[in-house]
Structures are given as structure tokens and as C-alpha cells.
Design a protein around this ligand. Sequence first.
Ligand code: HEM
Length: 453
Amino acid sequence: MEDSLVRETGMISPPMVSGAKPDTGHFEEFCLNPAPFLMRCHAECGEVSSFDLAGLKTTLLVGEDAHEAVYRAPDSQLSAAQAYQFMVPVFGQGIQYGAPPAIERQQLKIQAVGLRHDRMVHYAPIIAQEVRQWIADWPDEGEDDFYEKFTELTLKTSTHCLMGADFRASMSDEFRGLYHDLEMSVDPAGLADPNQHSEMAMRRDIARARLGELIGERVVQRKAALARGEEFHDMFQHYLDATYSDGTRLTDHEIAGMVIWFMFAGHHTSGNTSSWMLVELARHPDLMAEIVVELDQLLGDSEQVSFQSLREMPLLDAFLEEVLRLHAPLVTLSRRVMKDFHYKDYVIEAGDNVMVSPYVAHRQPEIFDDPLSFNPKRTFPDGPFAYLPFGGGRHKCVGNAFALLQVKTIFAYLLRKFEFELSEPAEYYRDIMPSLILRPSDPCRLRFRRRGR
Ligand code: HEM
């Protein structure tokens, strides 16, 4: 924007955060760990602050009014698709933001319909079954890296619930390795340049192509099973049955992309939240004990955790809500500015990115009393733009209810069987962000002991 226009309209550019390097701006500091960097931006500049990600000017907006302005703006002004183009090689061309907007909207609707309430009732017992298998060979006591363990568990629960028992049973080491290569290609640096690490980009493309083949084989097998008269009610079947508004079905390439998209959206977000749940439970043994009493009263000796019983666990709910406040796994929610965006006296120019950060939003003392303390008994604000672990507006998480169901089922089962203790001093466990998703310190070791019942 020309200075003269700024003078005429009275609008100003947001303040620039200090510490930019001549060539790369704030890129290195951001990539090191976006969470403390964004806290610094807000502390230094307030509600609106700009920084430079190696040439991509980005503006962080903080506070209920600012979040509302971002979430109410149409996609034609603030585009998620343009901001997240780095995910296109991962999901595949023609899927989500690699597809034209009209197709992307229909694909998203297909995803959302697959997570409807009537499907969710089947998921709680499946998750409980996976948890049972997961802990079947645990010794009476021991110590382990629970980030690794939850990553392994939620890959199984996600694939089993969403993609079906046959898909889950066929999940080979090859599948896991390929999926891992896809994950490794996505990190904070990708926001500025998706092809930044050329070797990783190459491995990503090979992995995506091979995953497409493997999922394609599953499609063929599923069709053969259907022809034999078998019936399926999972998400995978939903993809096979779904049609676009013109009546055409998803291609095999699109089905593979939808599978990868959903696994990406749901796997680590739930796994990392479970890791932080366990760390906070072990940090707060009194609260853990209260939750175990709640679970015992509700479930008694039953091995089953039903969909209905999961709705009657207020202490577990409040604990999870507080975990998602302090450790919201998605720290940076970005949009590309397509037309100059005005907020209060500020103008953010077309071509820049804007960012909302649940991490920063959830640490605002005027909204959350004593924000850095972990307190599940706190009062949460009513407004939709203050507490944002699942985002807001038209791109709000469609897996929200499934994610809560999954984490609650895991803990409803796990806490009645085992008790947990931190292996390290409490302050060792911090928020780190080696990928685009927040997680606790690596390794994340805890001790466990079987409960005497
Ligand atoms: C604790 C777990 C989870 C958290 C914290 C979380 C958080 C989020 C957030 C913040 C967004 C919005 C991103 C943005 O505005 O840029 C989002 C979008 C999305 N999430 Fe989740 N999510 C979780 C689990 C899941 C699960 C389990 C699924 C699927 C089974 C899922 C599917 C999606 C999808 C498909 C979108 C894209 C929506 C769109 O493009 O409009 N999420 N999630």
C-alpha cells in the first residue's frame, strides 16, 4: 500500500516485531518453536503484530474481536486454501486445497457426514477394544515414552474407527513408514516454502504415490467383499458410497487423498493431546484421583465404555478442556490475504498471511484468570472466539466431537487400570514443536503401575 493512501485513509500497517535478520527476517526464530515466538510478538506489539517469514509477511491477531474479524471474513478475502498450499503434495492434487473451491467444499461435507452422531456410537467400543489390546502385554509396573505409545495407539484407533477393521488389520510396517515420511515433510518452515527441504519433498512424493497404490488395493479388496454381500459402516465405505452433487463418485486417487487428509487431521492432534493429558494427570495426582472416583462410580466393574457413559464424565471433560487450553496442538492457524484486510486502524495487505494462535489466545489474562496455571475448575468464557482449540468460523474442526470421544475413551479405560507418575521433574515437560503440531518434551517418559482393584 502506498504511503499516500495510508495517509488518506488513516489506516496504518501493523507494528513489526523486533529482531528480524536482514535476509530471513524472523524465520529461524519462528521455526525453532512458533509458540514462544508468537508469545513474544504479542508481548511486544499487543493485539496486532507483523513478522517476516523469509519474505512472507505475516500478521498475528490476538483477542476476541480480532479473532472474530478473521473468522467472519469470507474465503475470498482470507483464504485458508492459499495459506495451506504446502499440504497439497501431501494429500494429493485434486484433494482439499488442491481442488477447486466448489469441490473442496463437497469433499469437506463428505468428511463431516462421515463423523455424524449415528456413526460415532460405534466408535467408543472400538477404541476401548484397541486400548485393551494396547495394554494387554504391559507388565504390572514399568516406565515408557508415552508420546511414542500414544502415537502408536491413536494411529490404530483412528484407522480402525475411521477406515474399518480390514484396513486396520492390513496396516503394515510399510504403510506406517510411508505415512511417517509424509509427516516428516510438514514442519513450520513449510508455511514459507513447501519444497524447502528437497530431500524430504522427494521422499514425500514417493510416499504419497505408494500410499495411493496401497489404499487403491484396499479399494479393490473392499469392492470384492461388497460383491460377496459383506456390509461395512466405516468411513472408508462412506468414501466409496459418497457422490458429488453431479452424482459422480470419488476416484480411487481422491479416496486415497481423503484417507490421508483425515489421518493427518486426526492422528497427531489426538495423540499429542493424549500425551499432554497423561503428563497433566501425573502432575496433579489429586485431580487424577477425583477422576478415577468419577469413573468408578459411573462404570463400576464394567469393561465397556459406552457412548452414553462418555457424556456423563464432567471431571474428565473439564480436565481435557483445560489440557486443550494450555496445550492446544495447533498453534498457528493461517490465512492468505486475498484483498486488503482492515482491522481497526490497521491494514494488512493482499499477499500477506494473517495468523490466529490458540496458544497465545488461551494465555490472555483478561480472559483466563491466572492463565499459566493448570486449573480444570476455572470458568471458561462463553463467547465463541476466546477458546479456540478447534479453530472457528467456516473452517472449524469437523473432527472435534470424534477427537473428544477418542481421548475420553482412552482415559476412561486407562485410568481405571493403571496409575501414573512423572519420570522427570514436573518442569522438564514443556511444549515443543518439531512439526506443525505441539507436543510435550522428547522423550516423554512416565512410570506406570497396575491398580490393585
Ligand atoms: C484434539 C484433537 C484435534 C484438534 C485440537 C483439532 C484442531 C483443529 C483446528 C484448530 C482446525 C482448524 C484449522 C484452521 O482453522 O486453519 C481443524 C480443522 C480440521 N480438523 Fe481437526 N482437530 C483435532 C482432531 C481432528 C480429528 C480427530 C479429525 C478427523 C477425524 C479432524 C479433522 C479436521 C478437518 C477435516 C479439518 C479441516 C476443516 C476445514 O478445512 O474446513 N480433526 N482441526
